[in-house]
Ligand binder design. Structure first.
Ligand code: BYC
Length: 332
């Protein structure tokens, strides 16, 4: 029901908006995209392309910023100074990613305040994955390994997305994400080779994070209202299902190497396809989390809104400083 509604709404919006475009300009734009040219902020673009990009990039930025919370909760509880320093750096990186992405979205004619307001009022989405709680230290390992691993799988192709500022932001982000994935895997390696209790903790984290990580790639292609047009415009270079399959294929041998068991009885190497077959994803759970009913959804938004309000004095001071500086320069 929810997917049909989404699909119909999106197709109606895109179709209507494309009909209104100048056919010659539209054809020239599509030819540039087909030739793998980057579209830049001052170039002409169809309104539906601009809107799709604002939606995807701002959701991506929100995910980075909300994504700081589950890990931020563990900074004071990291088991030693080295782990604390690494985690602190990782969480700061996520803040940086959010900034590059908000800046890329701003080039499309939306303000930072509008995007933040959409997040805080619940109109804008952010990744479902950040609505699950981080219960143990092993969750920090599992997030780095699986969540950042899924993010890399999704984001490497975005380095060649058709919108220049987004593609360039992704180049930098992907470099940092690979470090994040490795630090997560290294935590899992330590735990998996540790005491029985540590190994159990690592397995428990894998059990809880596996399926939500597969959901990060979005609904199956046949229920994804945006994929077809986004692939045509080369905003998305690969579909949700293609990326999900790649992630499973890469990650299962990593779990084997750790001596951990992926919590999917249907998981099996399929010689003929050259891929792993895997079990059914609980899409009801996915849509419930998308609708804002995730286990810690309320907590996440309360924390984000509080951080925004607590930071008001910094924004006011920066604006006052910029104004004063502007007046001084004008006077000189
Ligand atoms: N969560 O037509 P579809 C990170 C929504 S940050 C929530 O397939 P699309 C990290 C979708 O928005 C990870 N909502 O959409 C950070 C759409 O609704 P609307 C974030 C989801 O856009 C810190 C509807 O469902 N990465 O990794 O073609 C620490 C139908 O979906 C989700 C990005 O954002 C979801 N999982 O494809 C560690 C990457 N999936 O908007 C790690 C960039 C779908 O029409 N984004 N929805 O109302 C993308 O690649 C695409 O936007 C998606 C979805 C693959 C996510």
């Amino acid at each position: 029901m929810y997917t049909t509604e989404l699909k119909e709404r999106n197709q109606a919006v895109q179709g209507l908006s494309l009909e209104r475009e100048d056919p010659e300009r539209l054809a020239a734009f599509e030819a540039r995209v087909a030739a793998d040219d980057f579209i830049e902020p001052k170039d002409w673009m169809p309104e539906a392309y601009r809107k799709t990009l604002i939606r995807q990039i701002s959701q991506h930025a929100h995910s980075e910023s909300v994504g700081m919370l589950p890990e931020g909760n563990w900074i004071t509880r990291a088991p030693n100074l080295r782990r604390k320093a690494i985690l602190l750096a990782k969480v700061q990186d996520e803040g940086g990613h959010g900034l590059y992405l908000y800046a890329a979205a701003e080039t499309l004619g939306i303000t930072r305040e509008e995007m933040i307001e959409a997040l805080h009022s619940g109109r804008a989405k952010y990744s479902t994955i950040f609505n699950y709680p981080t219960l143990t230290w092993a969750d920090i390992g599992a997030i780095g390994w699986l969540v950042d691993g899924a993010a890399i799988m999704n984001q490497v192709p975005l380095q060649r997305t058709s919108y220049g500022p987004y593609a360039r932001a992704m180049v930098r982000i992907c470099k940092e994400e690979s470090f994040h994935q490795r630090q997560g895997y290294e935590i899992m390696m330590t735990l998996a080779n540790g005491t029985d209790a540590q190994k159990r903790m690592a397995q428990d984290a894998l059990d809880r994070w596996w399926w939500p990580s597969l959901m990060m790639f979005g609904p199956p292609d046949e229920n994804s209202p945006n994929t077809a047009q986004s692939v045509r415009w080369r905003i998305k270079r690969e579909t949700n299902d293609e990326l999900r399959q790649k992630f499973v294929d890469v990650t299962v041998p990593q779990a084997d190497a750790l001596g951990l068991v992926v919590p999917d009885p249907k998981l099996k190497w399929n010689e003929e396809r050259g891929h792993y077959d895997f079990g059914d994803i609980d899409w009801d759970e996915f849509y419930a989390v998308v609708r804002g009913e995730g286990p810690v959804a309320k907590e996440r938004m309360t924390a984000r809104v509080k951080a925004w309000e607590d930071g008001k004095w910094v924004r006011d001071a920066a604006a006052a400083h910029a104004e004063k500086r502007g007046m001084r320069i004008a006077a000189e």
